[in-house]
Design a protein around this ligand. Sequence first.
Ligand code: FAD
Length: 383
Amino acid sequence: MSIIWKPRLDPDAAYWRDLARELTEQHFAPLAPILDRDQRYPVESVELLQKHKIAGMFVPKPFGGEGATLTSLCAVVDEVAQGCASTAAIVVALPLGGFPILLEGSELQKRIYLGGLSREGVAVNFALSERGAGSDIAAIQTAATREGDGWRIRGEKCWLGNGGAARYYIVFARSDEERGVTAFLVDKEQPGVVIDFFEDKMGLRGTLTSNLKLDTAVTDNAIVGTEGRGLRLALKTLSVGRVTVAAQSVGIGIAAYEAAARHAVERKTFGQAIIDHQGIGFRLADVATELSAARMMTYEAARAYDAGEDIGVLGAMAKLYASEAAHRAVNAAVQTLGGFGYVKPSPVERYYRDQRITEIYEGTSEIQRLVIARAIKTSKDKA
Ligand SMILES: Cc1cc2nc3c(=O)[nH]c(=O)nc-3n(C[C@H](O)[C@H](O)[C@H](O)COP(=O)(O)OP(=O)(O)OC[C@H]3O[C@@H](n4cnc5c(N)ncnc54)[C@H](O)[C@@H]3O)c2cc1C
């Protein structure tokens, strides 16, 4: 029985958690080492996510989805990440592509794209980053210029999570030197859109991370939200997405901690279980405490979002703390297992590699600290 703090979920969220737990135990976790070894995208797992309506769970019911809360989504990501961090990353990437449409898309865009995701699993991808613009998103060079009644988009996007598997891309492009960046929906089947290669990654090797080259035409109907306000939309989307990355971090951290705790109770050195050596027992006590705190922050951020509260700072804090707590958890797990933690088939060496991205994507730890530091400067609230 785990001592990690457990969220008290409402019946809906508990339903989604239980469904995710069952699918993870039966399908996702057994597949995880194979995906990692072969660097293979789990088409069969994505079909299960679709069949069990997890893929479009966050889409509101009027658009064919399940209208699930962010708390329910986090409960799913937390469970899936305990068995397969790659599959959890796929679950995280789906709403990241869908949220810009949910937040600011037109009724027609919601019907077509969110409806397509929830009914047929046709994914939309969030295409913000470029080689020269990751943290500094205002530096993006992809340009949208007026061409006839529409636009020509030229440029290159990189590191697209679910890239290649997704049909549509929300491409953030500089539409005007003064008025800034606009978000455009682009179909990968349209002329001038090329997915030209996939990254060979340290971890999350069951995910596709692709590069996208663009020299393509779109109409005004492709604009998501307001022309020139794309960066604001990207930041709004990321502030929600960060909470799901926090949940993914918690899940990976828990998987590592549980493996370490089991080993520490079973493994004997110098005549006693290694958990009874204070150096090991205290380390695992710290990990259990930090993961519990990380989980509390994550579910509190999700609850706050579901209640309509602003989660700009709390979401950044949850992502920062959960990803770094998970880092300490996977490190402690490798150390607790000793040589067994460094070699396959022990899963902890995979957890060690899979965890690392949670401190990088959807804003690095430094960027989360930047968000929090800026809020310190401007806040006038009483604690
Ligand atoms: C597997 C994977 C999946 C991804 N998925 C997507 C996706 O789906 N869509 C998408 O658009 N992008 C995606 N990304 C991109 C990801 O969001 C960026 O890699 C990330 O934001 C960091 O940008 P960068 O790599 O350019 O690093 P840089 O911005 O170059 O940063 C380098 C280092 O400098 C630090 N740094 C930068 N600025 C500051 C500052 N002001 N103060 C202090 N430190 C600073 C950073 O924290 C980092 O440590 C993905 C990346 C990976 C690896």
